[in-house]
Design a protein around this ligand. Structure first.
Ligand SMILES: NC(=O)c1ccc[n+]([C@@H]2O[C@H](COP(=O)([O-])OP(=O)(O)OC[C@H]3O[C@@H](n4cnc5c(N)ncnc54)[C@H](O)[C@@H]3O)[C@@H](O)[C@H]2O)c1
Length: 390
């Protein structure tokens, strides 16, 4: 989710579909918005305090703040406190440098060295991009990784340079397989970014479960109900009781056997092919011992359309225009392609700041207090005095 959209102008003419309208309404309603630059600086200072180099801190901060600015609050700066716990414990190696362990003309196995997942992920995506420029298509797998956050950040690094980017990651089992009563696969995220000409890149960034587990935690802490298709209890039945997760309920796979099958593909590319930990071999990044590396894996694929189809981007524009021309159901202004709501949120955040929800502000404010950092991040979106300093 990182490149500036193809046309960053907020005045890009289009009518808003309901999801976009909801995004804009949420932005307008929030009285306290944190400027992107302030939030990024805060994250950087936290990470540097933990021994991370300035470059790696900047990259990781950018990935986290980009997720928030795109409205993906489950996988933005809310993750920072958990990363700090592991950096302090040693499970994330603050000074580790990812390296190519083995490679060929169009593939590489990257040893992440247990660095921050954002650091090894960006490194591997860069390796895949460079190789794809020479060969047309390339794969880079990461072993000894860590939690990779919002995995859409990485394919966007490719799309920013005109390449198609694809990324998958693995995680500990938290998702039932069809017919099972317990978690079998991880939420194993999948993302792709497709560069267009006049339009923003198409960006799909999703868990292969119905939703990411973070949405259950967020709904719980914000007191919101859980839809019936998110969780399956220990009897294998749907449940709306979010408090059962993760010990007594598992996430449902997205679209049943289809999400389950794609989750296995993600595990095969991110874990089996890369040599990373798989399934229950992976450490629990959130609740596990902070001194133990998690061993997450991920896979990054880059495809260079310029080597195959020089007018690719205008063909993608045609594809998007055709989607936008689809007749809509009642109450829908326009059919969207994946990523549109995120680009729209990003534009608003660039103009107005990020309306961080309470469940994100609170751990950030606690972190600032604990580390004694001279950055104020309010836990209540009310007082202008408590706004993050620019
Ligand atoms: N690191 C990890 O281990 C891990 C695991 C799981 C999920 N995640 C992250 O969690 C985040 C949230 O995942 P999720 O599955 O809950 O997200 P989600 O269900 O909200 O799906 C998001 C995707 O669907 C697209 N989308 C939504 N509505 C659309 C519409 N009407 N038309 C077209 N496209 C539409 C969005 O543009 C986006 O690409 C992602 O960033 C993902 O990478 C990370």
């Amino acid at each position: 989710m990182t490149p500036a959209p193809a046309d960053p102008s907020p005045s890009t003419p289009h009518s808003a579909a309901p999801a976009l309208a909801a995004t804009m309404a949420a932005w307008a309603e929030s009285t306290e918005k944190v400027p992107i630059a302030s939030l990024r600086r805060f994250c950087e200072s936290v990470l540097v305090r933990c021994g991370v180099s300035a470059d790696d801190a900047a990259l990781t901060a950018d990935a986290l703040v980009t997720a928030d600015s795109c409205g993906v609050f489950t996988h933005g700066t809310k993750l920072l406190a958990g990363y700090v716990r592991r950096l302090e414990g040693g499970g994330i190696r603050a000074t580790a440098t990812p390296r190519v362990e083995r490679d060929g003309p169009s593939w590489a196995i990257v040893d992440g060295g247990h660095a921050l997942g954002q650091v090894s992920g960006a490194f591997a995506m860069r390796v895949a991009i460079d190789k794809a420029r020479r060969t047309g298509i390339a794969y880079a797998g990461v072993k000894h990784g860590n939690h990779f956050g919002a995995i859409g950040y990485f394919p966007c690094l490719a799309a920013r340079e005109g390449l198609i980017g694809i990324a998958v990651g693995n995680d500990i089992p938290s998702v039932v397989a069809p017919g099972a009563r317990v978690a079998v696969t991880g939420t194993n995220p999948l993302a792709y970014a497709i560069p267009a000409g006049a339009h923003d890149p198409i960006l799909l960034d999703m868990a292969t479960s119905t939703v990411a587990g973070g949405k259950v935690y967020a709904a719980r802490s914000l007191g919101k109900p859980i839809p019936a298709d998110w969780l399956v209890d220990k009897e294998g039945q749907p449940t709306t009781n979010g408090h059962l997760y993760p010990d007594n309920a598992a996430l449902a796979p997205a679209a049943g056997h289809k999400g389950y099958g794609i989750g296995l593909l993600a595990e095969s590319l991110a874990g089996a092919l890369s040599g990373a930990s798989m399934m229950w071999q992976i450490g629990n990044w959130m609740w596990g011992a902070a001194e133990t590396p998690t061993g997450h894996g991920a896979a990054f694929i880059a495809i260079d359309p310029a080597t195959m189809t020089p007018d690719f981007q205008s063909r993608v524009d045609y594809l998007i225009d055709e989607v936008h021309r689809a007749p809509t159901a009642a109450g829908i202004d326009r059919v969207q392609v994946p990523g549109e709501r995120e680009w729209q949120a990003r534009r608003l955040a660039e103009q107005q700041g990020i309306p961080l929800p309470g469940d994100v502000r609170k751990p950030l404010a606690e972190l600032a207090t604990r580390l004694g950092l001279p950055v104020e991040l309010p836990d209540q979106p009310t007082s202008p005095r408590s706004k993050a300093r620019p």
